[in-house]
Ligand binder design. Sequence first.
Ligand code: ADA
Length: 572
Amino acid sequence: MLRTFKQHQIRPTESLDGRWDFIAARDRKSGTDSLPRKYNRTIHVPSVWEKLPGFETYRGKAWFRKRISGHPKRTVRLVFGGVAHQATVFIDGKECGRHYDAYSMWDLVLPNLNDKHHSLVLEVSNQFGSDSALHKENDYYSYGGISRPTEIQWVPEVFIERIHAVPKIAANKWKLSIKIRLQNWTRQDLSRKLVINFNNEQWEIGNNLIKAGQSLEIETSLDALKVKPWNVKNPFLYNIQAVLYADEQPVDDLIDRVGFREVKVKGRNLLFNGKTIRLRGFNRHEDHPNFGNAIPLEAMANDLEIMRDMNANFVRTSHYPNDQRFLDMCDEMGFYVWEESHARQAPFEHPRFREQILAVTSEMIDWHMNHPSIITWGCLNECESNTAKGKKYFRDVINLIRKSDPSRPVTFASNKRKDDMCLDLVDIVSWNRYDGWYDHYGNGIQSIGPELDEMLKWLHSPKSKGGSGKPVIMSEFGAGAIYGFRCKNYDKWGEEFQAKVLDAALEVYLNHKDIAGAAIWQFCDCRVTPQWSMSRPRTMNNKGIVDEYRRPKLAYDVVKEQMKKAELKHKK
Ligand code: ADA
């Protein structure tokens, strides 16, 4: 399933997960200019091919094939949770769509497929280079494959594509501002009646004409709702269902979920339903030694249980949108989430950068809008925010975020310190700092407090050119440790050294009156690309509090204790 809950009662759907035919370019004898006639094996979907013995380091192309069936009166819509990272879709040998980026959900409507069986083929590549600005050699691994759940749906002439529901409170009454997007894939104008079912009540939204081949966005508002608010202690969720009628017959539906909460910035604080909150948690890569980034639901749930055990209430989806099922579980368990579009030290000069960053940012918000756990949108991690040229990109991406969703604050994680030129563009200032690891090794931990105070003094002065008075999140800090390397000399890479740095950093960041949140880098060790191997023992980023198998390092108990102390302090 694409989500942790059922999204349709009327629309027929079917999972395409399971065995697909598979062949890699390196195994094709007759060249790769045309689609394969033969497939030499099958592969499970979702998965990454790097988990197939012999494919551990395969960077190239592969083809996936599955038989699908049409429908006499409807057409086929394919929904992909994520394909890593360049996909070209063929139906019966004809190209019918493309998508770039592993971390965005996307769909394809295939009009007029008759009700016979058809051959669906995906050509997938995890290659870097001139076509890929966001997936590149990096301090995390870009895998290859159909790495998230995939679904086939059979939709009527006009179907419900998306529901966006934004909760707002006024005079102590909750309301939902709703936008529903309908798509008419036929060549004729069609009229349809729309109904919304919410909290055991029904709202008729009347008849709407949808022009041939076009989408129509319908706005409405459900007012004076008797609902319980969503918060991390009591994450109350409500289903919202849109139903479409043709000639008084229900022909389509879409169910999504909402939680009633408002996130605002007030001075140097983050307000959540009017109360100041303090964030404490982790940066988490979607990475696992047995699954790559195709992490099964149970393993995702286990990650959140481990974070909860360490008294965390916050997770940053570094550095890309996550599997929606992970976000669903954050909604269900009660976590605050910083989700960001895919970029880590991205090359603005890359010929495809602009189009790709705008596309993935738009897809992130369009598909993930309704998650109550997402409290801020992030972007452009440690990108060029220290130049006038770079600021143009920051301004365009942040403007796109604000236009797509005015309801959430915006931030980006910066390592540019006093050279940053983009702090006027954000609502929340976020800093990546590694005092005691990259900086000031040796006496580094004594510098954490003084360095922070020096930065805050600069920030809340005119010198920061727009950062003054804004909340601050310490978006990354930490140290590396190789699991099992114990070292009483407190040498680097030893678990003792990492625990000492984390203890000192959390003592400062979780208790400073002007720090609204802190996210440790990082939750678990993760695989990186070979180019990083000189500075990354095991070709892994070893700053996890647990290793890649989620085995706790010495720092685990230090983090747990520091976060418990902070939870008790801020509850007061
Ligand atoms: C940066 C970056 C992270 C990771 C970290 C590290 O802050 O944002 O992705 O690379 O450094 O481990 O050095």
